[in-house]
Design a protein around this ligand. Structure first.
Ligand code: NDP
Ligand code: MG
Length: 383
């Protein structure tokens, strides 16, 4: 039986790679559903190649447009309701979440409640609602297999060793600004910042890599995925992007996962877990690798790392505030409305200005309410 999968966010960087993986896996995978926000040109092309039964787009107007250019047998849904409908379809076993941002929180919860296997690339949902998502996954006996390369590495290193875990080490390339003095940051164009030295990714995560907020979000993501304390997660800068992360065990042994930096590898493992198939990717060639370096991150230069750590320690609604403020600030930065150095400033102010509920166990509605407040506050600070 092929694995019957839905790829939500199929037109993005992860989504396109997931479809490449599906093609290379051939009969092992059947694509049942795809989704995009507004990029119906690319989605229509994907529909014609992969023949899904159902797709989802942003709203009714995009649905009307795409219906004119795809076969009429394909069901077209729209909005969050459409994503939730896909997430709970009986003919889907695995839902791969490649949507960026917080809009995938409710479809993710729906997929967990529908007991689907989850292949999770999106990190924002876990950052803001990690306690709810992981509790539901446990209650429903659902496996969440991470796609984020660091978390996939840790997931793979941990297999059979969870009870002996001491510490997690998340590796970071340091992003495109690692060797550039902080005084120059505000003079660099968004185009420069979007050009990551090792990974080709969507715009939002590329800016997050430059501020190192991506690593901050990943600390929080790791806390929820692997149920570890914030103090037991360390960030290590590793510019070569060959070691994708590491764990240490109580006896002092370290395990690391190494591979070429290519997202198709963690995507494929999340789809086929626990089985492995040939990825046909090039292998690491140790005769060409001169050194593997590891260094401490510069938190003065990249204050977002400490902001994320602080939000995690403050717990409750704070990671959601951090995430929402960051999303708004990054959007404004990409629209050239604010300077690069305003991003951490705005996030810090939003965290400091919050006076709402500080309880640790929150409902989804309380989290969404706090996120709305953080967005408005971030936008006010952008002016
Ligand atoms: P992209 O921006 O490239 O793609 C996002 C996808 O989500 C697109 O298909 C987009 O549709 C869709 N989308 C965007 N907004 C909405 C919305 N409001 N409702 C429904 N669909 C929406 O992002 P990436 O592929 O880079 O990243 C996806 C997620 O994976 C992020 O959470 C990111 O942090 C995480 N991730 C990404 C990695 C990477 O290498 N890219 C690595 C590790 C994690 P449309 O094309 O129509 O806009
Ligand atoms: Mg990552």
């Amino acid at each position: 039986m092929p694995r019957r999968i839905a790829i939500l966010g199929s037109t993005g960087s992860i989504g396109v790679n997931a479809l490449k993986v599906a093609s290379s896996l051939g009969k092992e995978v059947e694509i049942i559903a795809l989704s995009a926000d507004s990029n119906i040109k690319v989605l229509a092309r994907q529909v014609n190649i992969f023949n899904p039964k159902v797709i989802c787009v942003r709203d009714g107007s995009y649905a009307q447009k795409i219906k004119k250019i795809i076969p009429s047998c394909v069901k077209v849904l729209c909005g969050n309701d459409g994503l939730e409908e896909i997430a709970s379809r009986a003919d889907i076993d695995t839902v791969l979440f490649a949507i960026s941002g917080l809009s995938c929180t409710k479809p993710l919860i729906k997929a967990i409640e529908s007991k689907k296997k989850i292949a999770l690339a999106n990190k924002e949902a876990l950052v803001s609602a990690g306690s709810i998502i992981m509790r539901l996954a446990k209650e429903n006996g659902v496996n969440i297999i991470p796609i984020d390369s660091e978390h996939s590495a840790i997931f793979q290193c941990l297999e059979g060793k969870r009870e002996y875990l001491k510490k997690l080490y998340l590796t970071a390339t340091g992003g495109p600004l690692r060797d550039i003095p902080k005084s120059r940051f505000d003079r660099l164009s968004p185009n420069f910042i979007l050009n990551h030295p090792k990974w080709k990714m969507g715009k939002k995560i590329s800016v997050d890599s430059a501020t190192m907020m991506n690593k901050g979000l990943e600390i929080i993501e790791a806390k929820w995925l692997f149920d570890v304390d914030a103090g037991d997660i360390e960030v290590v800068v590793h510019p070569e992007a060959i070691i994708h992360s590491m764990i240490s065990l109580i006896d002092g042994t370290f395990f690391a996962q190494l591979s070429v930096p290519d997202m198709r590898l963690p995507i494929q493992y999340a789809i086929t877990y626990p089985v492995r198939f040939d990825t046909k990717l090039r292998s690491l060639n140790f005769s060409q690798i001169r050194s593997l370096s590891l260094e401490r991150p510069d938190t003065k230069k990249f204050p977002c790392l400490n902001l994320a750590q602080r939000a995690l320690e403050m717990a409750g609604v704070y990671p959601a505030l951090l995430n929402a403020a960051n999303e708004e600030a990054v959007k404004k930065y990409l629209e050239c409305k604010i300077k690069f150095s305003r991003i951490p400033y705005i996030i810090e102010k939003v965290l400091a200005g919050y006076t709402g509920s500080k309880i640790k166990e929150l409902s989804l509605n309380e989290i969404i309410g706090a996120e709305c407040w953080a967005r408005e506050e971030a936008l006010r600070l952008c002016h």
